[in-house]
Write a protein that binds this ligand. Structure first.
Ligand SMILES: *Cc1c(COP(=O)(O)O)cnc(C)c1O
Length: 850
């Protein structure tokens, strides 16, 4: 049977046109009034349409239109929300104040990511990485950055999870109806949809370019599901992280290569490219190819690309990176790159630790690192782990100075803070917390919030969470075919005033979802203490291919059904942004038990802290920075063990101990009016310390100041006269590499009157450099206190100043004030120096004084 399908567009009366504008801007995902507007139309429809305003508008009838237009309260509310959206877009923002003139210079950031988690209604994400990218976009909008994002428009969302009557995870794949999504095709100036082409093996694949408005910025989304493509190629953008390695590679070709082509077709000229994780690394190769096609040499082109690229890694283990074989690269990149004069070995070289090692595959992360000027991990600890992981790329760098930095992740506060807390913050901190969350001073007034107001707001949110959990549980039981009494019982689970622990995350084995359940008897005692009860809400998906993860879920499911746990532990199925938000608002304690250092950052705990919740977590990822003794609790002290079973045992015992001896007594230690004063004090510290720092405004400000603006300036500097600056830099580099071995440190000295704290020393070095001009190298005294003798790991580099010159020998000197006591280790080093070199060890050239 042939079925024709057409999308019939809703036609809203002119007076209701603002609704369409509001529904098509993801601003609604962090604006409560905008969502309220749609709830006002019909609560029932809002739920039915899964909080998707575009879908909802398509369901409205003429009768609804007449009702709304005739309702002055609604019309007034709508006009207000619309005005606020316009106001939001027009408002002067941080970027133009902090970096005035940059926009006019043409600064433009392009951010590439494989997934975006912006709102539960837009299913283009699977978990943490996506939510982070979404929050990055929202803050880029709030801060007014010249910023566009690029991603894939998946036909299917990440799977919905439900459990069968045995607790075994089942998956159903949601289908994304694009006409029900807040996306629209990008049009050229003649009103035609924009397509780009990419060759995938034997076929040219057409790629349609869509756009989605996120506040003031645009997210461009690529789609291959077009009738002009073969069925197989239509399926490239079918599913997030679906399929085998070949499909993954094709997706990454679309994201990176079609992504760069799409921006060009639209007429966007980025000066800064931000590759978020390895998935979009082909973008850098495509840029090189385009320059080469325009007549530039390969090395020159690679340098230009490098000088305008930032690479962010999110993985703490090498196994987490996509790797492609020589055969795959030949099969898929060959047809794209060979016609432009590339050979496959050249391409492979970009993705290998050692470009000439033919047994090495092509790693997307290595390509990202090689073709960028700045690279970063996503927490201080993850920065360290990343430097360790990639140190082979800089064999001469000291561990602490491998050129990979970090910017710790954050969350978008307006998206994840409950309205009742927003109101309190606004009342006591003014709206500054909303408009300038990156300003630490704003958060100091948290102390002014009355304890009872804060604790009461939490109680209200806990109540909402309990109601939400019951509602979900009822639906889950019904879906599973539970009995009537089981369904009724769902109304009795959990309690509004009970200390509530949340645990929600992907059930990957390293996250150790089982740790809380290691000693069921002890847990039962804790939960069922009549004076001081505790309850737990759990959520999380296992990867469809991860049976180990599914086993953990099944085990928890069966524990939840035991009589001693039935009313106390609830598993909410289908963890997504909506569930995450409810949990963040309502839980008192957020539990996280990863195997350190497997959690690169984690962000869910930040959402909890912003709502006055306290974290109880392994000192891993962000929590190693956020924990200060008052913001929550640590499990362990950051140890790493060799025997995991033993570690599980030790850490689960500590978890129970902390609950029994510290957390539960503190929560139930009430004053005369029923307020737990010390607990409330900690709630405030969580906000004051964690929300103030672990938010995406601070994060995007950091990215902008540390990386985006310097990259833009670098790119602007090398651009004139056909990127002459990059060519000259390469000549300089060749000269330095050629003359390096003739360089000699002939003498070094350390003078001090007396070695004591507060005293001063003079460092001196004499350097003979017959081939390299003195402005092309820098001489450093390298100073470290304590640590292993004879070894430097993360020392301070003190640049010595040119003092005098005699023939080809120059003397360099600097005074240094000693601010520490203890063992002081000093070494001397010469490294290349150029204004385009952003890291001491970038060229992997260093000469140490013998
Ligand atoms: C915030 C969030 C995450 C991130 O969770 P972590 O466990 O901290 O990595 C994952 N999924 C969803 C739906 C989220 O909202």
């Amino acid at each position: 049977m042939k079925v024709y399908e057409f999308n019939v567009k809703t036609k809203l009366p002119d007076k209701l046109r603002p609704l369409e504008m509001i529904a098509h801007n993801l601003w609604y995902s962090w604006n409560w009034e905008a969502r309220e507007l749609f709830r006002m139309i019909s609560m029932e429809l809002w739920e039915q349409c899964e909080h998707n305003p575009v879908w909802m508008l398509s369901k409205l009838t003429d009768k609804d239109f007449r009702r709304l237009v005739g309702d002055p309260v609604f019309m007034n509310f709508m006009d207000n929300v619309y005005e606020r959206l316009n106001e939001y877009r027009m408002l002067p923002k941080w970027f133009d104040l902090a970096h005035s003139g940059k926009r006019e210079e043409g600064m433009q950031i392009a951010y590439f990511s494989a997934e975006y988690g912006i709102h539960e209604s837009v299913k283009l994400y699977s978990g943490g990485l996506g939510v982070l990218s979404g929050d990055h976009c929202k803050s880029a909008s709030d801060l007014g950055l010249p910023f566009v994002a690029v991603g894939l428009l998946y036909r299917n969302g990440y799977f919905h999870q439900y459990l069968n009557s045995d607790g075994w995870q089942q998956q159903s794949i949601p289908y994304n109806e694009f006409h029900r999504m807040p996306v629209s095709p990008v049009k050229d100036k003649d009103g035609n949809s924009i397509y780009v082409k990419v060759r995938i093996a034997e076929n040219d694949v057409d790629v349609k370019v869509w756009k989605m408005e996120v506040g003031g910025i645009t997210l461009y989304l690529l789609d291959t599901d077009l009738i002009s493509n073969t069925p197989q190629n239509r399926g490239i953008t079918a599913q997030l992280y679906g399929g085998d390695s070949d499909l993954r590679m094709k997706q990454e070709i679309i994201l990176g290569i079609a992504g760069v082509r799409a921006l060009k077709a639209i007429g966007i000229k980025p000066t800064v490219f931000h590759l978020n994780e390895g998935h979009p690394s082909f973008a850098a190769l495509e840029r090189i190819r385009q320059y080469v096609e325009d007549g530039m040499g390969l090395r020159h082109a690679a340098e230009v690309v490098k000088k305008s690229t930032l690479f962010t890694t999110h993985t703490p283990v090498p196994a987490g990176f996509d790797v492609f074989s020589f055969e795959q690269i030949k099969k898929y990149l060959g047809p794209i790159f060979e016609p432009s004069g590339f050979n496959i070995n050249q391409i492979m070289g970009f993705g290998r630790e050692n470009p000439f090692n033919e047994s090495e595959d092509f790693a997307m992360a290595i390509a990202g690192i090689r073709l960028s000027t700045f690279r970063n991990g996503v927490s201080a600890l993850h920065g360290e782990v990343s430097r360790q992981m990639f140190k082979n790329l800089w064999s001469n760098a000291l561990d602490g100075h491998v050129p990979i930095g970090h910017v710790t992740n954050g969350v978008h506060l307006p998206t994840f803070i409950a309205e009742s807390f927003k109101a309190i913050y606004t009342r006591y901190l003014s709206e500054a917390w909303y408009y300038k969350p990156y300003d630490f001073a704003v958060w100091q007034d948290i102390e002014k919030i009355p304890d009872n107001a804060f604790f009461e707001a939490k109680r209200k949110q806990r109540e909402r969470l309990v109601l939400f959990a019951r509602e979900r549980l009822k639906k889950q039981v019904m879906k599973r075919g539970g009995t009537a009494s089981e369904i009724t019982k769902a109304d009795d689970v959990l309690n509004t005033d009970t200390l509530t622990i949340g645990f929600a995350r992907r059930f990957a084995t390293y996250k150790r979802g089982y740790l809380l359940f290691m000693d069921e008897e002890r847990l039962a005692k804790i939960l069922n203490n009549p004076e001081k009860p505790v309850q737990i809400i759990i959520a999380g998906k296992a990867h469809p291919k991860d049976d180990g993860g599914k086993e953990i879920i099944k085990k928890i499911f069966h524990i939840c059904r035991k009589p001693e746990f039935r009313d106390k532990i609830v598993f909410i199925e289908d963890y997504d942004i909506e569930v995450a938000r409810h949990l963040a608002h309502g839980v008192d304690i957020w539990l996280n038990t990863p195997l350190r250092p497997m959690e690169a950052s984690g962000t869910s705990g930040m959402k909890i802290a912003a709502n006055g919740g306290l974290n109880l977590s392994i000192l891993d990822g962000w929590w190693a920075e956020g924990y200060n003794g008052e913001t929550g609790w640590a499990i362990g002290a950051g140890e790493e063990y060799d025997r995991q079973e033993y570690q599980d045992f030790v850490e689960s015992m500590e978890l129970y101990d902390k609950l029994e001896n510290e957390i539960i007594p503190l929560f139930y230690n009430r004053d005369r009016v029923g307020i737990p004063r010390e607990w409330t004090h900690m709630m405030k510290q969580a906000v004051k310390v964690c929300a103030a720092f672990f938010n995406t405004s601070r994060m995007v400000v950091d990215y902008t100041d540390k990386y985006y603006v310097p990259l833009h300036e670098l790119y602007a500097d090398i651009s004139p006269n056909g990127f002459e600056g990059a060519a000259k830099y390469l000549d300089w580099k060749d000269n330095v590499i050629g003359g390096w071995s003739d360089m000699e440190i002939i003498e070094t000295n350390v003078y001090a009157e007396s070695l004591e704290m507060g005293g001063s020393v003079t460092f001196e070095a004499r350097v003979r450099s017959p081939k390299i001009a003195s402005e092309s190298y820098a001489v450093y005294a390298v100073v470290e206190f304590d640590g292993e003798s004879g070894k430097l790991t993360n020392p301070e580099f003190i640049r010595l100043d040119f003092a005098e010159n005699g023939g080809d020998v120059s003397t360099y000197k600097a005074d240094f004030r000693i601010e520490n006591a203890g063992k002081m280790k000093v070494a001397f080093a010469v490294v290349p120096c150029h204004k385009y070199l952003k890291n001491i060890f970038e060229l992997n050239l260093v000469m140490w004084a013998k």
